[in-house]
Ligand binder design. Structure first.
Ligand code: ZN
Ligand code: ZN
Length: 201
């Protein structure tokens, strides 16, 4: 639900028909459009479920009158329409939860924002598709920084033999360099795109 996401969602679907929205953490690039979404739901007079941590955002969360907030924590598990969501705490300056989504024996993992994270390794066991934070290249990566590097992300792809979409790409950075850095480690990596991804049987 970062900046621009709500407009993108509108171009793809009727947002009021969603079953739920998940917010990993409250950095602006992951939640700024949730207030816009709330206005939209007010117009449609439709309430949606919102899975999100609290992390000092009581005021913001209570202003979202058209969302039914369900607090997520490390190791929370929720099931909605047969889809199971397992949340895990990542390594990030702000409290942040990645999520693995299981349905019909298929598993999708979203790392949210993270640096090197043992819980992400655990979540990726048996995963079919992953979207992982690749904001940095090895040249800009820092051990105590907020994000992974493309090379490290590709390490996860390789270890777990999982198709991995490189996400959280720098808006003005060299994404080609990020992709080639990852592909050197694992051909299972590619840049994320505004596309529909299907996990086939
Ligand atoms: Zn963040
Ligand atoms: Zn972020």
């Amino acid at each position: 639900m970062g900046a621009g996401v709500f407009a993108e969602l509108l171009s793809k679907t009727k947002p009021e028909t969603l079953d739920a929205v998940v917010i990993s953490h409250f950095h602006g690039d992951h939640c700024s459009d949730i207030t816009v979404f709330n206005y939209y739901l007010q117009q449609k007079k439709k309430k949606l479920k919102l899975f999100a941590p609290v992390d000092n955002n009581t005021e913001l969360l209570s202003s979202l009158e058209w969302f039914e907030h369900i607090e997520t924590k490390d190791s929370s598990r929720v099931t909605i329409k047969g889809v199971t969501l397992d949340f895990f705490k990542t390594v990030h300056p702000r409290f942040c939860l990645g999520v693995s989504v299981t349905y019909n024996g298929k598993k999708f993992v979203y790392s949210a924002d993270t640096n090197v994270c043992p819980a992400l390794d655990k979540a990726l066991k048996g995963a079919d598709l992953a979207v992982i934070d690749s904001a940095f290249s090895s040249a800009t990566y820092k051990e105590n920084g907020p994000h992974l590097s493309a090379e490290l992300v590709a390490g996860y792809a390789k270890r777990h033999n999982v198709k991995t979409l490189l996400s959280h790409l720098p808006p003005e950075g060299d994404v080609g360099a990020i992709e080639s850095e990852a592909k050197k480690v694992s051909p299972l990596c590619e840049l994320i795109d505004l596309a529909e991804y299907v996990i086939a049987d």
